[in-house]
Design a protein around this ligand. Sequence first.
Ligand SMILES: [Zn+2]
Length: 144
Amino acid sequence: MNTKASVGAIHAAKTPRAVFPAMLRGALGRCPACGEGHLFRRYLKVADHCPACGEALFHQRADDAPPYFTIFIAGHLLVPVLLAFEVAYHPALWVHALIWIPVTILLCMALLPVVKGAIVGLQWALYMHGFDPDSPDEAELARG
Ligand SMILES: [Zn+2]
C-alpha cells in the first residue's frame, strides 16, 4: 500500500476551512459554515444542526474552554479598571463589591456565548472531534 497516496486521499476529502472567519461567525452567534443560521438554540445550547445550511453542529466539544477563556478575558479587562478606580477614588470595600460583582457577572454572561461560538467555529474549521468525517463514529467510541 502506498502510504503517501492514502494520506493524500484523506486530505483531499477535507476541504481546508478558514479558521478566522469561522471563529468570527461563531463569535457572532452564527453557523461557522454558512454564517446565516443561528449557532445557539438557547443561551449557551448549540443547535444540533444549522437551520440555514443543515451543517451538523452537535459534534462540538467546547467543554470547559469557554468559561476558562471568559474568565481570562474578563479578568484582564476588569482588574486594571478596578485598580484605576481604587487609586483615583479610594472607595470603601462595600462600594467596590456593589460595583464590581454585578459588572463581573454581566460581563461574563455577555462574553460566554461569544467565546463559546468562537470555540465551536475553531473546532469546525479544524475538523476537530466529530467535525472530522474520518473520525470514528461516536457510538463506536462509546462501545470502546
Ligand atoms: Zn449553516
